[in-house]
Design a binder for this molecule. Sequence first.
Ligand SMILES: [Zn+2]
Length: 444
Amino acid sequence: MLKLTNTLSKKKESFESIKKDIANVYVCGVTPYDYAHLGHGRCYTAFDLLVRVLKFLNYDVVYVRNFTDIDDKILKRAQTELGDVARYPEITTKYINAFNEDVKNLNCLAPTFEPRVTQMMPQIITFIEDLIKKGRAYEADGDVYFAVDSFDQYGKLSKQKKDDLISGARIEATDKKKNPLDFALWKKSDDGTFWKSPWGYGRPGWHIECSVMAAEYLGKTFDIHGGGRDLIFPHHENEIAQSESLYDLPMARYWLHNGFVQINKEKMSKSLGNFFTLRDVFKEFDPMVIRYYFLSHHYGAPLDFAFDDVAAVQKSYKRLTRIFDVVCPQDIVREDMLTSPTVQKMLTFVYDDLNTPGMLGVLFESLDTLQKNKDELCMVKLFLQRVLGLTLETLPEKTVEITPEIQKLIDARVQAREQKNWARADELRDKLIELGVDLKDKKI
Ligand SMILES: [Zn+2]
């Protein structure tokens, strides 16, 4: 039985789906105005693991991940990159394609549905109209706000009291809100990028899209809602307020959040200069090493990223690729895998809130015995490929172009070795390593 830590109860709970044999999962997607960073990679790897585990448990998984393809940041990018706000769809297309490429490189399975905000405007407008009709939202000079006072349970996910939130809220003189906690469902806009609504021209607020898309694809109440920990408040709290006010049902049964990625214990941010896109990191390490690195930490714990740690993890991943470099029958099915004692032991950790570090511990303890039993080795290999999403393919060696400068160093080193000048030979070797050349010496 799969157990998951539910942010709503702060407890590990046994997973039971609402509809038999179907698992409905919604994970908040990205705003495509830039390349995806390490935090995105970690989040979508974590939920890819969840989806794979649910599939292994024989659930028919419906996985929805959205694109916020209209937003101030996107418009700003269109202005700086293309010199024209109206060309924003070119920006979103570019970064959606880049995102899809990055997560594919991490071997994340494609979601069942990937809705975009700009394709959901009629549904968004209807949802807001229905909230107004129910007395849960109000119009104010072309904007529409959610009335937080109308929802008693506000704060239940982030474990905050409404009164505390109100006293901490910033009140601006221009505010049209009745309560400082009220948040925008629709914002009046006349900057050239807007949609027609009963309240005039404008754009939806950020939170409303997820409530609308989740209901559209998964129903008024569904199984699992996921995202990064930074989304708990206000985004997910507001999603709950919107959906539960309209439907009078729990939006999702289980709320799952992955931990932050930090760099040297600091939040990753462009202003601190410690911001890494997945593309930056993939230049140094194979995406499979990065996936393995993410999985070697528990998804819920904070992850302090360091290139040295990834280099260490790369060694252990390479070891796995060597050990599992065997040709296995591909007709091994789940039932076969379940007969493997190693897979059984690994599963006890996976089913315990996706404890992948614990699972890898079992794997490494079993490697010696596994190598003596090819059937068992194959069971574990297929399990790692299908459920952990690790391809286990031999990593390509980096090829380096031999420039005249490198050739000169190689020749000098050969000469030094012939003269048994080992100190000089080592010195030249270090220089070559710096240039990305790792020589394999023959005995002389
Ligand atoms: Zn969302």
